[in-house]
Design a protein around this ligand. Structure first.
Ligand SMILES: CCCCCCCCCC/C=C\CCCCCCCCCC(=O)SCCNC(=O)CCNC(=O)[C@H](O)C(C)(C)COP(=O)(O)OP(=O)(O)OC[C@H]1O[C@@H](n2cnc3c(N)ncnc32)[C@H](O)[C@@H]1OP(=O)(O)O
Ligand SMILES: Cc1cc2nc3c(=O)[nH]c(=O)nc-3n(C[C@H](O)[C@H](O)[C@H](O)COP(=O)(O)OP(=O)(O)OC[C@H]3O[C@@H](n4cnc5c(N)ncnc54)[C@H](O)[C@@H]3O)c2cc1C
Length: 681
């Protein structure tokens, strides 16, 4: 393991970080703020009590030196990143128990896994994340009462550690095509897990490499010679005492990745590995002792855990984005560059309108995502309660909206974080800015839990069905109500309401155009599948438009109806952010507005003027707005984004952590460079 580094001293003491000293530009920014930042923090936390709980929780974890890195993970080897991640993940479990026993306010590991506190402690991922995010939720969602009683307590206590092993080398998206088999033998009352091909090797599950000793394995179920499709099984992977792989289990880690290098993603294969019958999760479908198969009320219930994670990802994106935009805004207040007026002193880069345009729409995006995530979480809870009572009617709508929100929130957040990085110039490229690591964590979410294009196509599928219903005059569910063919579209009026209405008109127009393309495709002799493929670029676009209509609608609704308790000063700023989010996207989709909403050239100019006006209005509050996210420096984890703005001091301090700076002459000089310098070629 990496030891403490010798080279921690900065070359000149007067350039060291001084505790308590705050950059004067940041001080000035904070004085300019027109609203009470604490009021906004309380709103974000959901009230004063929750705010206090969070502070207490953060204090408890972040003041513990065991949880802080001596060496940033980016300076560690891949193996050490895992070792360090696992050590902290296990320590966290112990500490959590301690907190709970002392009446603390945290009830499970969940609050430690998301984008802010979790990513502060385990910057590069948590090898136990899948245990909590997917293994336990699958047991809870797909186990019978007996199975839950047996497994869940063991899992909560970490007496077994699990993962969710679904994806294979050959199949990630198309899960009906998975190749791993689970074949039932009524004589022994066991399933035999087998990996018939190289492409059937499980590939990717988090914690699978060296951490988990159990997994939920998704496999094709065979009984009485018949295949019944994919089902979940609890499979022991490693001996509970020695941690050695069980007989017939081939398991390992898949190697370094773009990010998340402590998550211990693994591979797994089986050579006819037996498990008892009661280790098939049988809440929905069952295999009776004699091998009789009992069908699930819907085979999509097997996909329940994926749905759950898609829902929580949206919230997670808002947390990551709050962190990135805090870094970029604070840095932009401290950084001075160029001359706006010849001969005058260099302005703060945040005074350039282009810089405001890079950053402020993403402050607004944090709120847009948060409000949609909250709505989605509530819907998820309502629908799962109904499903438990046997009512599956709302499942397709939940699936449709969860898929597009997962895709749009992850794609937008990745773009936003890259923009934040670019907005910090060269220093944003440094690992110590924490923007590259944050990007690495976020961009993974565009792929995992359903690749984004595929997710949007799922939503498009639902939109095509909704469109057909609308044409038939049938009742529509709330998220697609705008497709109602009797709905009167309001004319354009240069207001934010008009933009939100415009997004609905765009979505409706695109959905109708897709339906027409599909119809024409089929009429021209294509099969419905070929026609679908031909229309798929348009379909993805329509699904994105639908999602944008949903997000803007939610955002405006929250500003109009969900902020009555807030002071007028704060409400005004919240309304500006909502308007900015809407105008920003309207301008990005000018072509669509021209095509579908009957706007004219001068309306586009009005939007442009209004966007500029909003940027200038938000400018004095920018630092106050990111301060309100109330992210501690340990969470920010960035030389550029700390509360005190000692940017250059922290950059120098972090450079001194590099092992290359430990000695005045590096060993490599003797090993290779000196010979080159002396060689006479
Ligand atoms: C209690 C414990 C608390 C712990 C809480 C923790 C909270 C943590 C907070 C921290 C947050 C985040 C931390 C993040 C950590 C990182 C974790 C990384 C995890 C990554 C894990 C994975 O990636 S697991 C693998 C995921 N894999 C996928 O997502 C595969 C994608 N593919 C699919 O989903 C499907 O195959 C498909 C949807 C693409 C297609 O399926 P299929 O071929 O079967 O379907 P069809 O296209 O033929 O459609 C058939 C009909 O079924 C409908 N459908 C499809 N899916 C669903 C669904 N899920 N639900 C409902 N309905 C569905 C589809 O629409 C079709 O309908 P019709 O048109 O009506 O026929
Ligand atoms: C960091 C990370 C962690 C992960 N953790 C887990 C885990 O814990 N457990 C687990 O089981 N899996 C995990 N996964 C796997 C993940 O769920 C899959 O990678 C994901 O579902 C995408 O599947 P794929 O990689 O096979 O991509 P593919 O499906 O091969 O996609 C490749 C390309 O093909 C396109 N494509 C595929 N199908 C279609 C289609 N029908 N229509 C149009 N285009 C299509 C996609 O849009 C994409 O551009 C993880 C992945 C990552 C990156």
């Amino acid at each position: 393991m990496f030891g403490r580094l010798a080279a921690k001293q900065v070359p000149n003491k007067e350039y060291a970080v001084v505790p308590g000293k705050v950059n004067p530009d940041l001080q000035r920014e904070r004085k300019k703020c027109t609203f009470d930042t604490l009021e906004l923090t309380h709103f974000l936390d959901g009230g004063v009590e929750k705010y206090k709980d969070r502070k207490e929780r953060e204090n408890f974890f972040l003041s513990d030196p065991e949880l802080m890195d001596d060496v940033p993970p980016e300076l560690m080897s891949h193996e050490d990143q895992y070792r360090n991640g696992l050590k902290k993940a296990c320590y966290l479990f112990k500490k959590l128990k301690e907190l709970r026993e002392n009446g603390g306010t945290i009830d499970n590991y969940r609050q430690l896994l998301g984008g802010s506190l979790g990513s502060a402690i385990l910057k590069d991922g948590n090898p136990l994340a899948l245990h909590y995010v997917m293994f336990i939720p699958t047991l809870m969602g797909q186990g019978t009462p007996d199975q839950c009683a047996y497994w869940i307590e063991k899992a909560w206590d970490c007496r077994v550690i699990g993962t969710y092993a679904q994806t294979e080398l050959g199949h990630g998206t198309f899960i009906r095509g998975l190749e791993t088999t689970a074949t039932y033998n009524p004589k022994t009352q066991q399933f035999f897990l087998n990996s018939p091909t190289l492409t059937s090797y499980k590939w990717w599950p988090g914690g699978l490499g060296q951490t988990a000793n159990y997994a939920v394995v998704v496999a094709q179920l065979y009984t009485k010679g018949e295949c019944h499709g994919i089902h979940p099984f609890i499979v022991q992977l490693r001996d509970e005492k020695t941690h050695r792989p069980m007989p017939g289990v081939i398991v390992g880690e898949i190697g370094p990745k773009l990010g998340m290098n402590a998550t211990n993603n693994g591979f797994l294969a089986f050579k006819q590995v037996p498990i008892p019958r009661n280790q098939m999760l049988m809440k929905n479908a069952q295999v009776l002792p004699d091998g009789t198969y009992v069908k699930s009320p819907s085979n999509k219930l097997t996909y329940g855990t994926m749905m759950f994670v898609r829902v929580v990802i949206v919230q997670d994106m808002a947390s990551y984005l709050a962190k990135a935009v805090t870094i970029a805004v604070r840095y932009s207040a401290v950084r001075r560059q160029s001359e706006m007026v010849p001969g005058q002193s260099e302005p703060q880069i945040m005074d350039y309108l282009t810089q405001m345009y890079k950053l402020f729409p993403y402050i607004a995006t944090v709120y847009a995502l948060k409000f949609s995530a909250q709505w989605l979480w509530n819907m998820y809870n309502d629908v799962t309660a109904k499903i438990d009572a046997g009512d599956l009617e709302l499942l397709p709508e939940l699936h449709s909206i969860a898929c597009c929100l997962k895709a749009v929130s992850t794609a937008d957040t990745a773009t936003a974080i890259e923009t934040c990085r670019l907005s910090c110039g060269g220093h944003g490229y440094m690992a110590c800015s924490n923007l590259p690591t944050t990007y690495g964590n976020v961009t993974a979410a565009s792929t995992y839990e359903g690749e984004n294009t595929v997710m949007l196509l799922q939503t498009a599928r639902a939109l095509m069905k909704a469109y057909a219903k609308a044409q038939a005059g049938e009742q529509l569910s709330p998220t697609v109500e705008y497709l109602n063919r009797n709905r009167k579209f309001r004319p354009w009026s240069n207001t934010v309401d008009s933009i939100v209405e415009g997004f609905k008109q765009i979505a409706a127009g695109k959905v109708a155009a897709c339906a027409l393309s599909l119809q024409r495709g089929v009429e021209s002799g294509l099969s419905s599948e070929e026609a679908w493929n031909r229309a798929s670029v348009q379909l993805v676009d329509a699904a994105e438009a639908h999602c944008r209509a949903f997000i803007t609608d939610r955002h405006l609704d929250m500003v109009r109806n969900g902020m009555n308790e807030l002071s007028p000063a704060l409400r005004e700023v919240m309304a500006q952010l909502c308007d900015l989010y809407c105008v920003f996207w309207a301008l990005k989709r000018t072509g669509d507005f021209l095509q579908f909403c009957g706007i004219r050239g001068e309306d586009v100019q009005n939007l442009q003027d209004y966007q500029n006006e909003l940027l200038v209005q938000i400018r004095p509050n920018a630092v106050g707005l990111v301060d309100s996210f109330d992210l501690r420096d340990e969470i920010i984890g960035s030389a550029l984004g700390s509360y005190d703005g000692q940017v250059y001091e922290r950059l120098l301090q972090s450079a001194m952590l590099s092992p290359l700076n430990a000695k005045p002459v590096h060993d490599s000089y003797g090993a290779s460079l000196s010979a080159l310098l002396r060689a006479k070629y």
